[in-house]
Ligand binder design. Structure first.
Ligand SMILES: Nc1ncnc2c1ncn2[C@@H]1O[C@H](COP(=O)(O)OP(=O)(O)O)[C@@H](O)[C@H]1O
Ligand SMILES: [Mg+2]
Length: 231
């Protein structure tokens, strides 16, 4: 069973003559142990896809299933629990708390989610892997774009989710750091049996993917990586 599956998803925004069809009959599945890439140009529907997959927005039609359970059949409280306990988001806005130091961002997660988070050793290893150990006493406003991005990744992974959904997680990173993040995600999927879904226009991540989808004008298709449209 796929850990997350989208079935015939359509998403419209607006109404009347300004109605836009942003996702068109999207079918998608992610399995544990895989790093899955969804590549596409700006405006193709990647963020809409990812937020629907993670239950942050509802589709206009179609079904999202997590561990075989239809998300739309859950109550709001159940959906909140699902997101909290099973899904880690790395969103483009990063969602770091501006008045908390980096190390306090993780303590903040502990306050919201009381169990199942990484222990101190695992957190230290993660920060080390991401090259941000020296930043623990900094505030988000003191970080560069790339550092912020890596802290946001660490914060999502700290909660030890089964499913990681990341929106353009490497946009601000140089190629060396992209490779580190690619390896980290792939390693996480493989060794900890997670499903990692990354939407991006960053083709530097292609080499790390177990499976690659391409999204163009709201239509998604499975690709072999040699044939991804480069633009
Ligand atoms: N809340 C919204 N209201 C209206 N249009 C939206 C909304 N969110 C996204 N869109 C439109 O949907 C399309 C896809 O957007 P998005 O999913 O953000 O693409 P991507 O992440 O690939 O750049 C764009 O044309 C965008 O303008
Ligand atoms: Mg986007």
């Amino acid at each position: 069973m796929s850990v997350i599956e989208l079935k015939n998803i359509n998403k419209y925004f607006g109404s009347g003559i300004s109605k836009v069809h942003v996702l068109k009959d999207v079918n998608f599945a992610a399995d544990r142990g895989q790093l899955i890439l969804v590549v596409g140009p700006s405006g193709s529907g990647k963020s809409t896809f990812l937020t629907i997959a993670g239950g942050l927005q509802t589709p206009s039609s179609g079904s999202v299933e997590v561990e075989g359970q239809a998300v739309e059949s859950l109550t709001k409280a159940q959906r909140d629990q699902l997101r909290l306990n099973q899904i880690g988001f790395v969103l483009q806005s990063y969602n770091l708390v501006p008045y908390l130091k980096v190390k306090e961002q993780f303590e903040f997660v502990d306050k919201i989610k009381h169990e199942g988070n990484l222990d101190q050793k695992e957190l230290a290893d993660l920060l080390d892997q991401l090259g941000i150990s020296q930043l623990v006493n900094q505030f988000p406003g003191e970080l560069s774009g790339g550092q912020t991005q890596r802290v946001a990744i660490a914060r999502a992974l700290y909660a030890n989710p089964d499913i990681v959904l990341a929106d353009e997680p490497t946009a601000a990173l140089d190629s060396e750091k992209v490779a580190e993040v690619g390896r980290l995600f792939k390693n996480l999927a493989e060794t900890r049996n997670k499903a990692v879904v990354v939407v991006t226009h960053d083709l530097r991540l292609l080499d790390f993917a177990d499976k690659t989808y391409e999204i163009l004008d709201g239509k998604i298709s499975l690709k072999d990586k040699e044939h991804v449209t480069d633009r």
